[in-house]
Structure formats: structure tokens, C-alpha cells
Design a protein around this ligand. Structure first.
Ligand code: 6PG
Length: 464
């Protein structure tokens, strides 16, 4: 009998099951269509002896040691509800259901309540690292109850990525906390990918060929920008299409997919009165990318000028670093806001630590971010932490040069521009919303506070 079972033998589910088996645990495996389960077992080599396949959900549950732990890895949304609905009658009080997909944390909160009402236990778990991570060591963000986590903690820590021996997995908070943190991870991922794509666009327009850009990203990956996303960008730019021998990016349609996590990050930010503008602009850029025919028509209507932004490689590197710091800062502020809103007591420093390896946004910056958070962020802002404000003082001028040069030549840099605007707005002790308040009062008698007096609800002379 197995201590844990995985249902959903898609790419991620199969990889996780093999990872669990590889770490010495017997694992029950199941898929709605049994052919997939058989294929996973057939391809598992020596690990097959640790896999216990079942064709029906009933047999799958029966092959688990009580109290049972069932990990679901199916598409987010309806499919998760369908599996839970089928599982619940087969389980007994105290058994554990783990949703390890990219769930919307609102669904996780709802499911946690319903499953706990059925006297079962539930964990909503974010798993990052793609297929490779799932197979050899992902970053794992757990939400639910500490007791439920304790029952499978040894398995989770064994399969997780390690950063200098520390497992990149932890219990983060109740109900939807794990999936919320994973959602924000993905929001940051969207922004970081967009920033990199903007840099690629500017370098390319400025005449760099693929080999030069690949070398440059490779060089950056050895410096302050070291990260998985920079590393794979270098590799991608060095890759040719097998059929045409063209650079692979030249045969790929410029329309980005999105499954929802980036959008959810923005929606939840706005619901909490927060705004993660670098992430918002990255989500927007993906949505705009879908308007391919419109873009072609608009390029015809508004022909591009001949000029291109001329940006030094050193400026581009510094600009990416500045924008990345600002993006992480926005993501962390969002996590802090959610922690207050939902009473989760999120340990932001620990979250940065479990992102140091295994996940898609892993980067050398995260170790410094966790140290800065442990020392406490002034006003909750990463950009004000001494280690980061010093870096921003050095790098923001380059971000400004890159953004102004791109904008003056009509090149699109929404995420870089959003990062810079956030920075420039936040560093003004006195902004321009005095006028907004006056306008609100003028047309709606909304009232304002005065700088020279305590109290609120003051009105301008137009009220008469
Ligand atoms: C990860 C990835 C992973 C997946 C996202 C991508 O952390 O391993 O984020 O979760 O690649 O679903 O999302 P989009 O399809 O929305 O880009």
C-alpha cells in the first residue's frame, strides 16, 4: 500500500509521481483514462516498482494506506471540483486531499470549507518549476492546516528543490494561502518575462543578431541578473527551428497564451486596493498580443519611424535589474496586503527563501530579498530596504534612459515604463492628488482633508 496517491497523469502529475517514487516512497497513480497511467508506468524504468497503478478511482483509493493522502494534479477549475466530488464518498474521516494545481485561491478557500465539513483534510498547494521542476525538485507553497501538512511534510520536503540544503517547500498559512502565494509568484513571472521580452525587442531593433543576444543574456546570467528566466532566454535565442533552420523565435507566432494566474494576481491586487503595475502591464501585453490583425492594421495606419532606441548593453542590464527589483517589491507588497486582509500571517522572508530554487522566478536576488525582509522593510517597501535602495540609486538612471529612449522612438516597453512610473510616483512626498481631491469635491462634495488643520470633510469655496 502506498502512503500517497497522485491522480492526473498529465505532464505535471506524472513528473510529481516519479519524483515521489524517486525519493523512495511508494506512490499510487491514477488517471481518468487508464491508458495514460499505463504509459507512465511503462516509461518509468526502475521506478515502476514503486508505482501502484489503478484503473478506477475506487481501486486507487483502496491502494492507499490510511489515513490516505490523495494529490490531485488536473486542470484548474471544474476538473478539480469533479475529482473532489468523486473522491469524497470514497474517503474516510481524517483522509487528506491535496490540490497541487494552479488553483484560484478563492476556489481553494471554498473547497477547504466544504472538504473540512466532510471531516476530511485539505491542502491547497502551489507547485512551481514546470515539468523539470516537478520531476527533479519544484518549489512548493503549502496552504491549509499545519496538522495536515505535518502528515506529508517528509514527502514534500524530500521532493522539493534544495537551496544550499534547505528544502524549497513550506507551510505558508491557512486555506488559500499556498495558492495565493503561487498566484503572485506567477504574476511576478509574467512581469519578469515581459521585461526580458522588452529588452530583447530593443536589442533586436538596434541590430543585434540572435547569437549576440544569446551571448549577452548568457553574460548577464553570470552577474546581478542571474536567474532561470535569463538563462533560458539565452538558450532560446541560441536555438534554431529543426525544420527551417531559422532562429526558433522567428517561426513562433507573437501571441502569448495565459491560463489565468497573472490576471488573478491583478484582480486580487485591485480588490484589495493595491496595484502591481509591472504585473498589470505584463498581463496587458499578453492580451494585446492576441490582437494580431488589429496590430497589423494599426502599424499600417501609423507607420513606424526609422529610428530605434540606442541603448548601451550596460544600461540595458542595469535597467532590467532596476525593473526586476521594483517588480519583486510590488509582488511582496501584495503578499503583505493579502496576509493582512485574510489574516494569514504570511512569512514573506520564508516565501522569498522557498523561491530561491526550483521555481520559475528563481534568481540570485531572492536570497538578498529574504535577508532584507528579515531585517524589516521600511514602510513595507522593498525599494526602501537599504540593500535595494542603494542598488536602485545605481540602476534607475539606466532604466530612465532605456525607457525615454524607447518611448521617444515609439518602441513598446510597457513593463519597464510601469516600473519606472511606480518608482517615480512613490518617491514624491507630495504628489498631485490634491487636484484629484479638489475635483471630487467640486463635482460631488466628497470632502477633503487639509494640510493645515486636523479633521476631514472640508469643502472648497465652490460648495457655496
Ligand atoms: C510554474 C509556472 C507554471 C505554468 C503557468 C504558466 O511556476 O511552474 O508558472 O505554473 O507554466 O501555468 O502560466 P501561463 O500559461 O498563464 O503563462
Amino acid at each position: 500500500m502506498a502512503r500517497i496517491g497522485v491522480t492526473g497523469m498529465g505532464t505535471m502529475g506524472a513528473a510529481l509521481a516519479l519524483n515521489i517514487a524517486d525519493n523512495g516512497f511508494d506512490v499510487a497513480v491514477h488517471n481518468r483514462s487508464p491508458g495514460k497511467t499505463r504509459a507512465v508506468v511503462d516509461d518509468a524504468g526502475a521506478l515502476a516498482e514503486r508505482l501502484e497503478p489503478s484503473e478506477s478511482l475506487e481501486d486507487f483509493v483502496a491502494s492507499l494506506m490510511p489515513p490516505r493522502a490523495v494529490l490531485i494534479m488536473v486542470n484548474a477549475g471544474g476538473p478539480v471540483d469533479a475529482v473532489i466530488e468523486a473522491l469524497v464518498p470514497l474517503l474516510e474521516a481524517g483522509d487528506l486531499i491535496i490540490d497541487a494545481g494552479n488553483a484560484n485561491f478563492n476556489d481553494t478557500r471554498r473547497r477547504a470549507k466544504a472538504i473540512e465539513a466532510a471531516r476530511l483534510r485539505f491542502l491547497g498547494v502551489g507547485v512551481s518549476g514546470g515539468e523539470e521542476g516537478a520531476r527533479y525538485g519544484p518549489s512548493i507553497m503549502v496552504g491549509g492546516t499545519p496538522e495536515a501538512y505535518a502528515s506529508i511534510r517528509d514527502i514534500i520536503e524530500a521532493i522539493a528543490a534544495k537551496f544550499e540544503g534547505d528544502a524549497c517547500a513550506d507551510f505558508l498559512g491557512p486555506d488559500g494561502a499556498g495558492h495565493f502565494v503561487k498566484t503572485v509568484h506567477n504574476g511576478i513571472e509574467y512581469a519578469d518575462m515581459q521585461l526580458i521580452a522588452e529588452a530583447y525587442g530593443l536589442l533586436r531593433a538596434d541590430g543585434r543578431d540572435m547569437a549576440q543576444m544569446a551571448a549577452l543574456f548568457g553574460q548577464w546570467n553570470a552577474g546581478a541578473l542571474q536567474s532561470y528566466l535569463i538563462e533560458i532566454t539565452s538558450e532560446i535565442l541560441n536555438t534554431k527551428d529543426g525544420e527551417t533552420d531559422k532562429p526558433i523565435v522567428d517561426v513562433i507566432l507573437d501571441q502569448a497564451g495565459q491560463k489565468g494566474t497573472g490576471r488573478w494576481t491583478v484582480i486580487e491586487a485591485l480588490k484589495m486596493g493595491q496595484s502591481a503595475t509591472a504585473i498589470e502591464s505584463a498581463v496587458a501585453a499578453r492580451s494585446w498580443s492576441a490582437l494580431r490583425e488589429t496590430r497589423a492594421a494599426a502599424e499600417f495606419a501609423f507607420p513606424l519611424g526609422a529610428g530605434v532606441a540606442s541603448v548601451s548593453e550596460a544600461d540595458m542590464e542595469a535597467a532590467l535589474l532596476a525593473a526586476r527589483i521594483i517588480t519583486y517589491g510590488q509582488g511582496m507588497a501584495l503578499l503583505a496586503a493579502a496576509s493582512d486582509e485574510f489574516d494569514w500571517s504570511l512569512d514573506l522572508a520564508r516565501i522569498a527563501e522557498i523561491w530561491r530554487a526550483g521555481c520559475i522566478i528563481r534568481s540570485s536576488l531572492l536570497d538578498d530579498i529574504s535577508s532584507a525582509i528579515r531585517e524589516e522593510l521600511p514602510h513595507g517597501q522593498l525599494i526602501l530596504a537599504p540593500a535595494f535602495s542603494d542598488r536602485l540609486k545605481e540602476t534607475v538612471p539606466a532604466l530612465r534612459r532605456v525607457v525615454t529612449s524607447a518611448m521617444s522612438e515609439g518602441q513598446s516597453v510597457p513593463a519597464m515604463a510601469a516600473s519606472l512610473s511606480f518608482f517615480d510616483t512613490l518617491r514624491r512626498a507630495r504628489g498631485t492628488t490634491d487636484l484629484i481631491q479638489a475635483q471630487r469635491d467640486f463635482f460631488g462634495r466628497h470632502g477633503f482633508k487639509r494640510l493645515d488643520r486636523d479633521g476631514e470633510g472640508f469643502h472648497g469655496p465652490w460648495a457655496d
